[in-house]
Write a protein that binds this ligand. Structure first.
Ligand code: ATP
Ligand code: MG
Length: 597
């Protein structure tokens, strides 16, 4: 992972008030949680994090940060069939990247290898969750799988209390018994089997006596409940599968609803913040915690609307399809809305935080314009990026009044946004490259760049005049022969002589070549997820790879720095594909306005 430019220097952006922050503030005021505010970010390691997750991360870490609390990174790893260690590692790296320099002091981790006891009481919990030094060698994220033993013990308690039972119905039979929105469900014939029998079967499920799907553990709630999630939901199922954390230790796995509320409780989470689709699960979240009559304060669940972004897919399942079908080069392809892709493309973490925080937190689904995101990226890069000269599509210009070996040093400004902008030397030589679209042989009206007989300023150098267009026998452009007006150089008497156009350029003999990757939107429609087949609306021109000429100083470009190629956009080194002697740049984003109108 590359370092984050200027992360430490970032001024904290205050988050706008929202209904969740208001609730937290009222709990702080009434001192409801003497142990402090604890949130969590609970990704399932079944894919890479995407820009939607950034919203959840910034909300959960933001609330922890604003209240000197902590936010646990917890892998919700209860479904080994879809999970993978690659995802565990990428998620951990992405979260650290996004909170670095901002809320890393609020990142809740556990001592490595720590697991709570099988029947944790308040004292166990206090030891287990003592916050280790951030980033310390002995600290690691939490895993729901850390709690498999504790969750199993809680399930035994529910069985003994008559609140859960082992059910022998198949998945299809359970489905058929569930009823519909207007029809109550039917009770399972196994619902009233004696607790001792359920307990024995539950032990034998764990011991591996039954095949997948043969039996489940279900909560005994209410088959007539209007909320379908309360119709004796599954708590455990049999899956003879190795798990990336617990190995072969288990063949019964808890379901999300059962594991999530109890993991929150075990970690001392106070505010369990999730997206709206979990609203209907909240009664079950509360039922499980209340059914266990637990000694410590219970966490509460709060829901907010997901981030949806135009021209963007925010679903791990669909992003996985893009990877598997080779639409992109991988999860970290710079066109992907994954945090790994966004980072590789050169977007600073601070830009992403400003973007998602600025959207606010609501209960209403909406679609955010892509321009809001792009402007946040530009704003962040404008202050950060060193200006450089680069030509993407070169045309050769010969300054006929310069000698072959003549080198005129010009001073170029690094970043005009700085208070006292630094400058650097750039060499003007007899042969230079300009951008092909800064020349027009037959100019349209109001064309102020280079045209026959016309003048234009080479930025930082001086004014040139086009005398002659040289073409080969086939009519292709070979070079443009110009005269350089030496009296318009910096410091010379006519340096501020006005011409209407100013263009960028690089010396042909003193430049470096680089592969430059230009990105466009990955989809051609604003709501690809609403299409019958989102793969059919992939933009066939989302990537263009060119060989560009860059000013010589960019030979030393580093992946930690951000650059503005003047008049072209913001660019960053591709940390994965660049190598010594082989520069690869990604265009992070174009400039809003080109200054040659
Ligand atoms: P996906 O549908 O992409 O798989 P998910 O919700 O299943 O997403 P999880 O790993 O379960 O992914 O998500 C971790 C947390 O991130 C959850 O609390 C979830 O609510 C939140 N989250 C997921 N997508 C978004 C989004 N688009 N906007 C805001 N929060 C999100
Ligand atoms: Mg999920």
């Amino acid at each position: 992972m590359t370092a984050e430019p200027n992360a430490a220097a970032e001024a904290p952006v205050p988050a706008p008030a929202d209904f969740i922050r208001d609730i937290v503030a009222s709990h702080v005021a009434e001192q409801r949680y003497p142990g402090g505010i604890v949130t969590r970010f609970p990704p399932e390691p079944n894919g890479y994090l995407h820009i939607g997750h950034a919203k959840s991360i910034c909300l959960n870490f933001g609330i922890a940060r604003e209240n000197q609390g902590r936010c646990n990174l917890r892998f919700d790893d209860t479904n080994p069939a879809k999970e993978d260690l690659e995802y565990v590692h990428s998620i951990a790296a992405d979260v650290r990247w996004l909170v670095a320099g901002w809320a890393e002091q609020n990142l809740g981790l556990k001592p490595s290898g720590a697991r709570p006891a099988a029947t944790p009481d308040a004292a166990d919990a206090a030891d287990f969750y003592a916050r280790p030094a951030p980033g310390g060698a002995a600290a690691e994220p939490f895993f729901a799988s850390d709690y498999f033993e504790a969750l199993y013990a809680f399930a035994e308690r529910l069985i003994l209390a008559g609140k859960a039972y082992v059910c022998d119905l198949s998945a299809a039979e359970i489905e058929a018994h569930r009823g519909t929105l207007d029809q109550p469900g039917r009770e399972s014939p196994f619902r009233n089997r004696p607790a001792a029998e359920s307990l024995d079967l539950f032990h034998r499920m764990r011991a591996g006596e039954f095949p997948d799907g043969a039996r489940t553990l279900r909560a005994k709630i209410d088959m007539a409940a209007p909320n379908i999630w309360l119709r004796d939901p599954l708590l455990y199922r049999i899956r003879h599968l190795a798990h990336h954390q617990s190995g072969d230790a288990w063949c019964v796995y808890p379901l999300y609803d059962y594991a999530h509320c109890l993991s929150d409780y075990l970690e001392g989470v106070t505010h369990s913040i999730c997206t709206l689709e979990f609203e209907v699960h909240r009664p079950l979240y509360e039922w499980i915690l209340e059914a266990l009559a637990l000694p410590r304060a219970l966490p509460r669940q709060y829901e907010f609307a997901k981030l949806n972004l135009a021209y963007t897919i925010v679903s791990k399942r669909r992003l996985l399809q893009l990877v598997q079908e080779n639409v992109v080069t991988g999860w970290d392809d710079p066109r992907m809305p994954t945090l790994a892709g966004i980072r590789r493309r050169g977007v600073p973490a601070a830009a992403l935080r400003t973007f998602v925080t600025g959207l606010g937190v609501t209960k209403f689904d909406s679609l955010t314009e892509i321009a809001v995101y792009e402007n946040a990226v530009r704003d962040a890069l404008n202050g950060l990026a060193a200006r450089r000269l680069a030509v993407l599509r070169p045309v050769k210009v010969v300054l006929t009044n310069l000698a072959e070996d003549e080198v005129l040093e010009c001073r170029a400004t690094n970043n005009p946004q700085d208070e006292n902008p630094a400058t650097r030397p750039v060499a003007l030589t007899r042969e230079v490259f300009i951008e092909s679209d800064d020349f027009a042989e037959v100019p349209p009206p109001k064309y102020f760049r280079l045209k026959p007989g016309g003048e234009v300023r080479l930025k930082y150098a001086g004014i040139i005049k086009l005398d002659e267009i040289v073409k080969d026998a086939a009519g292709a452009l070979v070079e443009l022969r110009c005269t350089f007006d030496r009296t318009t150089r910096q410091g010379e008497p006519n340096s501020d002589r006005k011409v209407k156009g100013t263009i960028h350029w690089v010396s042909a003999s003193r430049c470096v070549e680089a592969e430059v990757r230009l990105y466009d939107r990955l989809f051609t429609v604003a709501e690809p997820a609403a299409e019958p087949d989102f793969l059919k609306v992939v933009n066939p021109r989302s990537l263009e790879t060119i060989t560009a000429r860059l000013e010589a100083s960019l030979a030393d470009a580093t992946a930690d720095d951000r650059y503005q190629f003047e008049r072209l956009g913001y660019f960053a080194i591709d940390a994965k594909d660049s190598a010594p002697g082989r520069l690869v740049f990604n265009r992070t984003i174009s400039l809003k306005d080109t200054w040659a109108k």
